[in-house]
Write a protein that binds this ligand. Structure first.
Ligand SMILES: NC(=O)c1ccc[n+]([C@@H]2O[C@H](COP(=O)([O-])OP(=O)(O)OC[C@H]3O[C@@H](n4cnc5c(N)ncnc54)[C@H](O)[C@@H]3O)[C@@H](O)[C@H]2O)c1
Ligand SMILES: [Zn+2]
Length: 352
C-alpha cells in the first residue's frame, strides 16, 4: 500500500491517496465507518459491472447512477445528484463516494463541494485516466453552455482509493487514454520516462498497476506545490494546447489527442526552442507505441484555428504552447497564429 498526502492551500484541505488492492471488498467499507451516512455515485456502465459487488460489500448504502459519458457531465446530472443526496438524508458529516471514471469524479466532486457548503468526498477512480490524473488534484467541474469544465470548484477529496483491479474490465481504448497522461507525466519526470521506454508492453495490466503510484505521486507533488494552478501546475498542460484543439475537431479520445499533441509539440520544440533532439525523437517513438490512430486523419488547419480561438492559450493572436524540450524539461513557446498553423502543416507532412 502506498499513501500519498496532498496538502492543499488551506491546512484543512488535505487529501490522502491510497493505492490498494481489494478496495471494494475492504478499504471502502472500512473508510465509510467514520461517517454518519453515505451515498455512492457512479455511472450506468460501472454500475452494470460492479453493482453486485456494491450490494455485497456495502449493503444498505444507497447508490445513484448517472447515464455514462461526457455528454452527461452537465447541470442536469449535477442537480439530480444533489437531489439524491438530499433524499438520502446526507448531513455535513456524511460522505459522497464517487465510483467511476473522470466524469463521475468531476461531477461527484463538485456536488460534494456544493452540498451543505461542502461535505467529504471519497474518490474511487475506476479508469486508468482517473487514477493517474483526474482523481488527484481537487479540480471538479461540469460542462456548461457547450464549454468544457466551465462551472467548477477546487476542492480536495478526503480520500482517493486507487485499485488496479478495475483495469481488468477497461476497453483497450480507455487504457490508451490513460496512457496519454502517463506519457505526458513521463515527459516531465526522468525516472518515469525510463520505466516507460524500457517497458516491453505498455498495455500490460501488471505493468500499469506498477506505475500508477509513481504517476499519482508525481501529479500530487505538482499539485501540492501549486494547488490553484498559478504557475508550476501549468506544466501539466504539456501537449494539451495542440491536443485539445485536435480533440475538438475529431472523434479521437482525449488521451489519443494528448499523445498527438505531444508529437506535434515535440516537433515544434525542435523548430523553435533550444532542445535535445535525440530525446525528443525517443519521446515521439514512445507516443507512437501507444497510439493506434493514423496521423493522416488529423486536420491541422482546423486544429490551428481552434487553438487560436481557445482563450486559455491565446494572447493577442498568438498561441502559447507548453512543449517538451529535453528530459523532464519543457518550454513555453509563444507563436504567431500564422506561424503556428504553418508549422503544424509542415510537421504533419514530415510525419506522414
Ligand atoms: N479533474 C481533473 O483534474 C481532470 C483531469 C483530466 C480529465 N478530467 C475529466 O475526466 C473525464 C474523462 O475521464 P475518463 O477518461 O475516465 O472518462 P469517463 O468517466 O467517461 O470513463 C470512460 C468510460 O469508461 C467507463 N468505465 C469507467 N470505469 C470502467 C471500468 N473499470 N471498466 C469498464 N468501463 C469503465 C465509463 O462508464 C465510460 O464509458 C473528462 O470529463 C475530463 O474533463 C478531469
Ligand atoms: Zn489531459
Amino acid at each position: 500500500m502506498k499513501i500519498i498526502t496532498i496538502k492543499a492551500a488551506s491546512a484543512a484541505e488535505k487529501s490522502v491517496v491510497r493505492c490498494r488492492k481489494k478496495v471494494m471488498e475492504k478499504a471502502l467499507p472500512a473508510a465509510l465507518n467514520g461517517y454518519r451516512g453515505a451515498l455512492i455515485f457512479t455511472d450506468t456502465n460501472v454500475y452494470g459491472l460492479y453493482g453486485k459487488k456494491l450490494a455485497r460489500y456495502l449493503p444498505g448504502v444507497p447508490v445513484f447512477a448517472m447515464p455514462a459519458g461526457e455528454k452527461n457531465k452537465n447541470a442536469e446530472t449535477l442537480f439530480s445528484l444533489l437531489g439524491a443526496m438530499a433524499e438520502a438524508g446526507l448531513h455535513r458529516d456524511s460522505v459522497l463516494v464517487a465510483l467511476g471514471g473522470g466524469v463521475v469524479g468531476d461531477v461527484g466532486g463538485l456536488a460534494a463541494a456544493l452540498y451543505m457548503r461542502g461535505i467529504a468526498c471519497i474518490q474511487v477512480p475506476t479508469t486508468l485516466l482517473a487514477q493517474v490524473d483526474s482523481s488527484v488534484g481537487g479540480k471538479t467541474a461540469i460542462d456548461f453552455r457547450g464549454v468544457k469544465n466551465l462551472v467548477g470548484a477546487f476542492r480536495q477529496p478526503a480520500l482517493v482509493l486507487a485499485d488496479p483491479a478495475f483495469f481488468g474490465t477497461l476497453p483497450r481504448r480507455e487504457i490508451c487514454c490513460g496512457l496519454g497522461e502517463i506519457v505526458k507525466h513521463g515527459a516531465l519526470s526522468a525516472p518515469l520516462f525510463e520505466r516507460l521506454v524500457s517497458a516491453p508492453d505498455l498495455f500490460d495490466l501488471g505493468f500499469l498497476a506498477g506505475i500508477v503510484p509513481e504517476n499519482i505521486a508525481f501529479k500530487a507533488d505538482v499539485v501540492r506545490r501549486d494547488p490553484h494552478e498559478t504557475g508550476l501546475r501549468k506544466c501539466l498542460n504539456l501537449g494539451h494546447t495542440t491536443g485539445h484543439a485536435i480533440e475538438l475537431c475529431t472523434d479521437l479520445s482525449h488521451g489519443e489527442c494528448v499523445l498527438i499533441g505531444l508529437i506535434f509539440e515535440a516537433e515544434l520544440a525542435k523548430k523553435y526552442a533550444v532542445c535535445d533532439g535525440a530525446y525528443l525523437d525517443e519521446l515521439i517513438a514512445l507516443c507512437k507505441r501507444v497510439l493506434s490512430c493514423d496521423l493522416r486523419s488529423v486536420d491541422v488547419s482546423a486544429a490551428a484555428e481552434l487553438a487560436r480561438l481557445d482563450k486559455k492559450n491565446e494572447t493577442n493572436g498568438r498561441v502559447v504552447v507548453c512543449a517538451p524540450r529535453a528530459r523532464a524539461s519543457y518550454a513555453l513557446l509563444t507563436l504567431g497564429y500564422g506561424e503556428y498553423a504553418h508549422a503544424l502543416a509542415e510537421i504533419k507532412e514530415k510525419l506522414c
